[in-house]
Write a protein that binds this ligand. Sequence first.
Ligand code: FAD
Length: 284
Amino acid sequence: MIPAAFDYVAPATVDEALTLLSQGGDDAKIIAGGQSLLPVLKLRLAAPELLIDLAKIDSLRGVRDDGDAIVIGAMTPHFEVVADPLVREHASLLAECVATVADPQVRHRGTLGGACAHADPASDIPAPVLALDAVLTLAGPGGRRTVAAADFFTDIFTTALGEDEILTDIRVPKHTGWGSAYEKFVRVSQQWAIVGVAATVRTDGDSIAEARIALTNMGSTPIRARAAEQALAGVRADADSVAAALTGVAEGTAPPTDLNGDPEYRRQLAAVLARRAVLSAAGR
Ligand code: FAD
């Protein structure tokens, strides 16, 4: 389990990193926390000749207030996302979800941007990013562009990021007046999600006015359950009414089969977890 030899650079700016990336072409790879990339290298599933470490680029780390949104640097490690007061106040769904990722060791090294760029279908983090309607900023040789989360996760381990681009930040609209919850089903604590559901809900009296739901590990990308979101609008926020509105939450998904379960089992789990997440969110 030793990676193939590679060169290593740690530039101090995004521009420097972009130059190195375009010079390196197919032989260069970005490394953030290394929590997903290093196992890939050790298994020799990839053998880049150059690793470009973003760890010394201060501008990529931290959370800032930007009016109607918070902006989280791509290199912000998971433990900082969980603890950050701005995230906890304006995007608590993200803090709650990231707190369920692995163990403290992984949360101290792994980064929000790395998890989004890696786009593992079983990763917990893309679902809240999608449910919160976040927008991701990508820097490339031609400048910066923004991509909505709904367009960013395109396939299994595949995103809208070009080979010569770097994810610089994730902009999350403030969800003032919304409650939220992340429900994750695992057999053993600190494991990857067998299924996860991120929900954010705005109530009006006893009823649900609006809901956003995104599913983890129910297909090759995180999936917005838009039909279920529409079915919840105007529904009383009680267990029976919410369960009835969520019967179709797994429609259009393509869950995997593995040692943890088959698609039917996962669809059933998604319905149960979605009910729990929506009811928790409505009560917060
Ligand atoms: P890296 O491993 O450094 O990079 C991953 C990929 O993204 C690479 O291809 C890299 O080139 C690319 N990349 C990274 N940053 C950028 C960027 N800014 N721009 C462009 N490309 C970039 N995750 C969960 O969600 N839930 C879990 O329960 C969970 N359990 C885990 C358990 C273990 C034991 C481990 C080791 C990991 C686990 N993870 C889990 C994954 C963890 O969240 C990783 O930190 C994350 O997936 C990758 O983040 P990273 O910063 O380590 O990225």
